[in-house]
Design a protein around this ligand. Sequence first.
Ligand code: NAD
Ligand code: GLY
Length: 364
Amino acid sequence: MNSHDVERVAIDLGERSYDILIGSGLLGRADTFEGLPAGAAAAIVTNETVAPLLAARLTQALRPTFAQVQLIVLPDGEAHKNLATLNTIFDALLGAACDRKTIVFALGGGVVGDMAGFAAACYMRGVPYVQVPTTLLAQVDSSVGGKTAVNHPLGKNMIGVFNQPLRVIADLEVLDTLPAREFSAGLAEVIKYGPIADESFLQWIEGNLPALLDRDRAALRHAVRRSCEIKADIVARDEREAAVRELLNFGHTFGHAIESGLGYGEWLHGEAVGCGMVMAADLSRRLGLIDRAYQDRIARVVERAGLPVRGPRLGSARYLELMRVDKKARDGEIRFVVIESPGRAGVRTAPDALVAQVIDDATA
Ligand code: NAD
Ligand code: GLY
């Protein structure tokens, strides 16, 4: 395949269907933006780190189509993913007199994507938006599927809506500038898809980790495409997370406890998810679902991806308290995504004492 070829993964949601475009150099290609509804204004929502790297490239690409291209630059970081920052997006849109035909372009990682998508859902009761993910994590996960949110001091992603984008533009070239720690964090969400949905993909990741860590474009293209295919299939079956979409939260229940327990931004989301998957694999084994060898494989691939496999010492009581705020919890009972067998996940409850053992062993 030519390195300039564009791959399309369709996400089938009836009238809310859209394509994920995957390729190198997409931001510089006119056809990347073809077919988007014409509007007078485009509003690029980005952050102070991404703006100097990519805002000019996207602005230039949008100029032929939009009379006005507004740039809205947010502070960088998970700590700013809150209602106060969201309000600054509304201030900027209103200040620039952006109307209901405005298209919002979310240019950045998951933090920007989640906030810009939420802002688009609310601004003038809803304007369309396009995801232009610039981190690996955003390309394989957060830009796909329409979950948007901000954090609340009492819980992560607690205030938000489902709002599907018009298109996702995953340009592999933009990943060149991503810091190594952020790249590894993105690999956590790539790895996730193997144990929950596709055992052969896990084997492929195990064999191709060195190429992925070298950011080999062909390896990246495959990893992003396969991740998006798996996510698109799950979201198409369960857009609003009534059932099967919960499986995408493998590692996230433990991971969210780590993130909120330490304070948002201390550990990266992907780092917390990586460590959370190691804990969830241990829980799966203790529940008698998988053997030690499979648990070890998951821990090993997480570690090789450059991610932490031991959690911070918050104490098991604190972990349990934090996990009860998880959106999957029902009537105060924590529900965990576990591996039922290689490549297949399910949701289970577990006795607190057993979960505490997992935590104690993973944080000692
Ligand atoms: P992030 O958005 O904070 O980006 C990570 C860092 O990389 C930031 O400092 C950012 O400025 C920088 N950056 C972005 N692109 C860059 C580039 N091309 N070159 C150099 N630096 C770049 O973090 P993330 O890991 O992308 O996303 C994490 C967020 O996504 C969390 O808030 C999480 O809750 C959310 N999330 C949402 C979903 C969903 O379905 N909506 C799924 C998973 C995660
Ligand atoms: N990141 C989990 C989901 O989109 O459902």
